[in-house]
Design a protein around this ligand. Structure first.
Ligand SMILES: *Cc1c(COP(=O)(O)O)cnc(C)c1O
Length: 402
């Protein structure tokens, strides 16, 4: 275990001031939540917003509501390269995961594969959930164009893309509904949290019915949240991050399949942590864009994820593809030794999840598997210094030559 300055792979800092605002908000209660809700609606220019305990809770509620509207539809199409929270939410909603392979150039859907899924499963598909991985925009207009049926709902997974935009439109507002995550390591964080936004009145009506039955955080859960926020104030800082990183029970950086997660309404404490979120989000994005630009400048060519304008997207981690698996292993080992926060992403495509037995006979998702094996991400968050940028890019470049 490394002891000493260690960069987290991603971070949206929570300061001690934020923490105190969170505590103050506990005494303001619902009023504080209402304010956050209004701010979200205004910022994204959407009529409906629902605040929850996580991105996966948000997705579960959207899916349950949709299934009420279209009870004969039950399949949810997702990129096979994905965060395991997404299939967890689909299972939790009582629905079926239908993976689609990805385009390794963009991490977006492989649109040929998607078209053939539409052809064969048209009447069964409830929703398609495109994701803006790391902040790289998925092509929602193209998805809408090839979707054969207006009853198939597009739910935008903007968990990693809060604040990002494409073609002058904010990510999360291009689909029929969208959701954000406020978890640790996302674009902006309140320890944990999720936001649903939609302009669809019928869907919003259903969501509101479910939402009214969702419980608030109880006292013990609020206590745990407060402790975790306090831990984040200290341990997310590079000077102390080596400590939680060495504690295996925190499951840092792991992506796990578990449909048994809590679904709660966002608490006043979290709404308080989110005070001045628009300014903070903008400042984080400026920082990340600056570091992304510096890295792109310093990295030797040829290893970039050639996505739809990587340089224009607002990324939470900079993904690069390293084709030589030995090199990739060396970069990760070196980063680990030096505490530089370079990380792999998802362990395997979603069809490989043990619990999803019904997917095991599925075809291989070749590009998704390849990207699980080849992508590493470089940290670009506000704690990354210019010196870090040089160290990180030099271990990546050096391994090119070994
Ligand atoms: C983090 C994440 C989620 C889930 O958000 P949580 O708040 O962690 O539940 C969903 N999709 C993607 C792509 C994510 O990165």
């Amino acid at each position: 275990m490394r002891i000493g300055r260690t960069l987290p792979p991603a971070a949206s800092p929570i300061t001690s001031i934020d923490f105190l605002r969170g505590i103050a908000a506990i005494f303001q209660g619902q009023q504080r939540i209402k304010r956050f809700d209004e701010e979200v609606k205004r910022y994204f220019d959407v009529p409906h917003c629902f605040l929850l305990s996580s991105g996966k809770a948000a997705l579960t509620i959207i899916l349950r509501s949709l299934h009420d509207l279209y009870p004969e539809r039950y399949e949810v199409v997702i990129p096979a390269y994905n965060c395991y929270s997404v299939p967890s939410a689909i299972t939790r909603a009582g629905l079926t995961v239908t993976p689609c392979d990805i385009d390794p150039q963009t991490l977006d859907f492989n649109f040929d594969h998607l078209s053939s899924l539409f052809l064969s499963n048209r009447k069964k598909i409830l929703a398609v959930v495109p994701a803006h991985f790391f902040g790289l925009p998925s092509d929602i207009p193209r998805l809408r164009k090839i979707s054969p049926d207006p009853e198939i709902t597009i739910i935008e997974d903007a968990a990693q893309a809060m604040g990002g935009a494409t073609g002058g439109k904010k990510l999360g507002t291009l689909g029929d509904a969208g959701f954000y995550s406020l978890g640790r390591g996302k674009a902006f964080s309140t320890v944990e949290g999720g936001i649903i936004i939609t302009g669809n009145t019928e869907l919003a009506g259903r969501i509101r019915q479910y939402y009214s039955q969702v419980q608030d955080y109880d006292l013990a859960e609020t206590g745990k949240l407060i402790i975790n926020a306090l831990l984040l104030v200290f341990f997310q800082h590079p000077l102390f991050f080596w400590f939680p990183k060495g504690l295996p029970f925190l499951n840092l950086g792991e992506t796990i399949y578990d449909p048994d997660f809590k679904i709660k309404k966002l608490s006043p404490f979290q709404a308080g942590l989110a005070a001045a979120w628009q300014e903070k989000l903008a400042a984080f994005m400026r920082q990340r864009n600056k570091k992304t630009g510096m890295m792109e400048e310093l990295l030797d060519g040829g290893i970039f994820l050639d996505a739809a304008g990587t340089s224009k997207a607002s990324l939470i981690r900079l993904p690069i593809v390293v084709h030589d698996l030995e090199k990739r292993k060396r970069i990760l080992a070196e980063s680990n030794r030096l505490g530089l926060g370079v990380m792999p992403t998802y362990p395997a495509p979603v069809n490989c999840i043990d619990e999803l037995q019904y997917l095991h006979a599925e075809r291989e998702f070749t590009a998704a598997r390849e990207m699980c094996e080849k992508i590493i991400t470089l940290p670009v968050h506000p704690f990354v210094t210019g010196k870090d940028v040089h160290k990180i890019t030099s271990i990546v470049n050096a391994n090119e030559k070994i």
